[in-house]
Design a protein around this ligand. Sequence first.
Ligand code: NAD
Ligand code: IPM
Ligand code: MN
Length: 346
Amino acid sequence: TEKKTIVALSGDGIGPEIMAQALRVLKVVAEKIEFDYEVVEKAFGGAGIDQFGHPLPEETLLACQNSDAILLAAIGAPKYDNAPVRAEQGLLALRKALGLYANIRPITVHPALAHLSPLKREVVVGSDFVVVRELTGGIYFGEHTLEETSARDVNDYSAEEIRRIIRKAFEIARKRKKKVTSVDKQNVLATSKLWRKIADEVATEYPDVTLEHQLVDSCAMLMITNPKKFDVIVTENLFGDILSDEASVLPGSLGVMPSASHSETGPSLYEPIHGSAPDIAGQNIANPVSMLLSVAMLLRESFDNEVGASMIEQACDTVMNEGILTRDLGGDASTSEFVDALIKHL
Ligand code: NAD
Ligand code: IPM
Ligand code: MN
């Protein structure tokens, strides 16, 4: 088998700390599963602005386009918030350039770890769903106009953009509990009316999968009061951003939430759903689990390596179950101590 190329984008804030730990773990796992790879590190986000004057430098984009998979930690820092081009612009440009329209954000709460949630045990135990977030359209990519006394952001969706993400959700549901919840705001928004119509059309292609519709406001409530009702949630870009951070309340921290982003043909990108956490950067206290689980998704979804993926996932569960936890989950382990313990279980 040939050597695979993984582009590593460490970015800003806690990014470099959690990336270093993720690459440490990948090295150990790769030896066990005989996975042959090389890592190409590139500047991105604020680090791209510092080195090249742009958050998505050309050589970074080229390396991503020519890679087999991309691993991203996090970008963004207060120092760039008023820069002509912000760090976040690089992330949006990369998603768009690579056509990463399907963002998959799984949420699971294992019984042994239910006590880490601020919610009642009986509410969260057994929660297991996936948020499928449309990632290259909607209000993120419509026209933005900011004037002195007015501003507007355009929410645009074509039928084709909606159809492909809804199909993606049905494909995922087919391999799970066969239920799709399509989330919209069709009582108000035109884009949502189109969204709902297309969801109904796509549902006829998947008679084995059940479709239900949910308005986004009540969905936000149900995710906390009755999370077990969900299997696959599919929604537009902005709603998916908000709902997936909300979902992190179930496992107890943003620090355990991974994601994968897929295009129609090219390389996929794997990243935690959280940001660069400037408030805790540089202290070796960030939770590395979101990053490690993103590596697991990379092994499974880009390289079809189930063994390597579950090795990492199980080791994360085992270490957390032993009570070795970072501060966000009420423990006092450092980032590197957590990973030291994890490597012993690999
Ligand atoms: P954030 O996700 O960075 O942090 C929110 C809170 O969660 C903070 O209190 C932080 O300390 C905590 N947190 C996040 N990840 C953690 C981890 N792994 N371990 C422990 N605690 C963790 O969101 P924010 O503070 O609103 O944004 C900070 C910057 O990150 C902004 O510039 C924002 O635009 C950017 N951002 C980037 C991404 C990305 O790179 N994909 C995602 C979200 C936000
Ligand atoms: C995420 C982040 C990004 C988004 C920001 C940093 C642009 O919040 O990946 O969830 O809104 O998509
Ligand atoms: Mn977000």
